[in-house]
Write a protein that binds this ligand. Structure first.
Ligand code: SF4
Length: 56
């Protein structure tokens, strides 16, 4: 289980420094490494686009 970033991402970068395990990578849209994500939800709380949610 990991959080995932949807196409609603506007690549603002708000989430990246908030991740305690440095699991978020920059890109055209940002992405989360599912192998290191600890499912804490911190990134989802700070995303201004509401683009981050738990993997279904
Ligand atoms: Fe990082 Fe937590 Fe978001 Fe996973 S849920 S990417 S550990 S901030």
């Amino acid at each position: 289980m990991a959080y995932v970033i949807s196409d609603d991402c506007v690549a603002c970068g708000t989430c990246q420094p908030e991740c305690p395990t440095e699991s978020i990578s920059e890109g055209d849209i940002y992405s989360i490494n599912p192998d290191t994500c600890i499912d804490c939800g911190t990134c989802a709380d700070v995303c201004p686009s509401g683009a981050i949610s738990p993997e279904a």
